[in-house]
Design a protein around this ligand. Structure first.
Ligand SMILES: Cc1ncc(COP(=O)(O)O)c(C=O)c1O
Length: 376
């Protein structure tokens, strides 16, 4: 049997990783400014994380949600404190798309409405409802087209007001910062007014913090720059530092009803151990503050370089829009300078390094970036 070939891949095979560094089969060392799609939060193979998962695996790795799993309560308490949402509940599932799928469902259980609103250039995942609120039509399949979705222009509050006024929209879903769309930060005033209109029309506001959350933006959640509180917040990626785990933070306005949501793997012992270890390390090493500080430095220094049209983002979620297509430069960075970066579209680098990044590694990155540009 062979693997179903649906992704383009680099001809590089990492076999070991530590902190912000990756090592391939040939022994080459790479700087990781991509974090494997923004997943690596506390750094690769962090000793606390490895110890916690190993210890858990030696006790009990999995049992289903038919029994008590007090690790879920421990995680919930820590997450409430770390995120600034102690009054919310958490429900754990396994991937970003699944978290959004459940959020859209919970909204519809709540207000019994059908239609969903999302924004132009949004990406929310690849399961049925999540892909239907993703503004990339080539991902849509015939069997999701009956899910009614309206895409609105970014930051256009009049369009929101007009669309929600009939009170027939179940939920509005928006990324804390658009990731795959190009690292686009929403206007705080837009988010504040969106929150208000959702309240007035009893529409559920879902903020997808799967990429922008968990400290990446320099605050625990990117929407906290606008001072709003969504009804549901979805999380994944950095939450498990590579262990497949995701979830929703759910406002107290929702009543938990047995049977409405379910999962076999969600919230299992190992997943909880991973998620707890991540929060412990984030707290011990002040990684949210580190992301803010080091990210600010990286953004400031990038802005000084030639050939760059715009640098966008917050913390360590950074979009670098170049004046020319980035492929030659990205290839040079990867194959000659040994730096992993992300991309979106043809002109934008997406930098999503581990939150434990240091100023020294930023300098190293900038040096390699400049060499690659000079050789371009
Ligand atoms: C904002 C956002 N939402 C949802 C997803 C989907 O997550 P997953 O691939 O874990 O299903 C992603 C993945 O890139 C994302 O960036």
């Amino acid at each position: 049997m062979q693997y179903f070939d649906v992704f383009p891949r680099w001809p590089i095979e990492p076999v070991r990783a530590q902190g912000c560094k990756i090592y391939d089969k040939e022994g080459n060392e790479y700087l990781d400014f991509y974090g494997g799609h923004a997943v690596i939060s506390i750094g690769h193979s962090h000793p606390t994380y490895v110890a916690r998962l190993t210890e858990q695996l030696n006790k009990i790795g999995f049992y289903s949600n038919s029994v008590l799993i007090s690790l879920q309560d421990e995680y919930a308490e820590k997450l409430g404190k770390a995120s600034g949402y102690p009054g919310y509940s958490v429900f754990m599932v396994n991937s970003g798309a699944e978290a959004n799928e459940n959020a859209l469902k919970l909204a519809a259980f709540y207000n019994r409405r059908k239609k969903m609103v999302a924004f132009e250039h949004a990406f929310h995942g690849r399961t049925a409802a999540a892909v239907r609120v993703t503004d990339i039509s080539k991902y849509w399949t015939t069997n999701v087209m009956d899910l009614e979705t309206i895409f609105l222009p970014w930051n256009d509050i009049d369009a929101v007001r007009n669309t929600l006024k009939n009170k027939d929209i179940s939920s509005v879903i928006i990324e804390g910062i658009q990731g795959i769309g190009g690292i686009i930060v929403p206007d705080p005033k837009f988010l504040q007014e969106l929150r208000q209109i959702c309240d007035e029309t009893d529409t559920v506001l879902i903020v997808d913090e799967i990429q922008s959350g968990y400290g990446r933006s320099g605050k625990f959640f990117a929407h906290q720059y606008a001072g709003i509180q969504p009804d549901i917040i979805t999380i994944a990626k950095g939450m498990g530092n590579g262990f497949p785990v995701s979830g929703m933070l759910i406002s107290p306005r929702f009543t938990a009803v047995h049977g409405q949501l379910g999962t076999t793997f969600g919230g299992n012992h190992l997943a909880c151990a991973a998620a707890i270890a991540v929060l412990d390390v984030m707290e011990e090493e002040n990684l949210v503050e580190n992301a803010a500080r080091v990210g600010e430095y990286l953004i400031r220094e990038l802005k000084k370089l030639p050939g760059i049209k715009e640098v966008r983002g917050h913390g360590l979620m950074i979009g670098v829009e170049m004046e020319t297509p980035i492929k030659p430069l990205r290839d040079k960075l990867l194959f000659e300078q040994k730096v992993f970066t992300g991309a979106t579209g043809t002109h934008v680098f997406r930098l999503l390094p581990p939150l434990s990044l240091t100023k020294e590694l930023v300098d190293e990155f900038l040096q390699r970036f400049k060499i690659s540009m000079a050789r371009g």
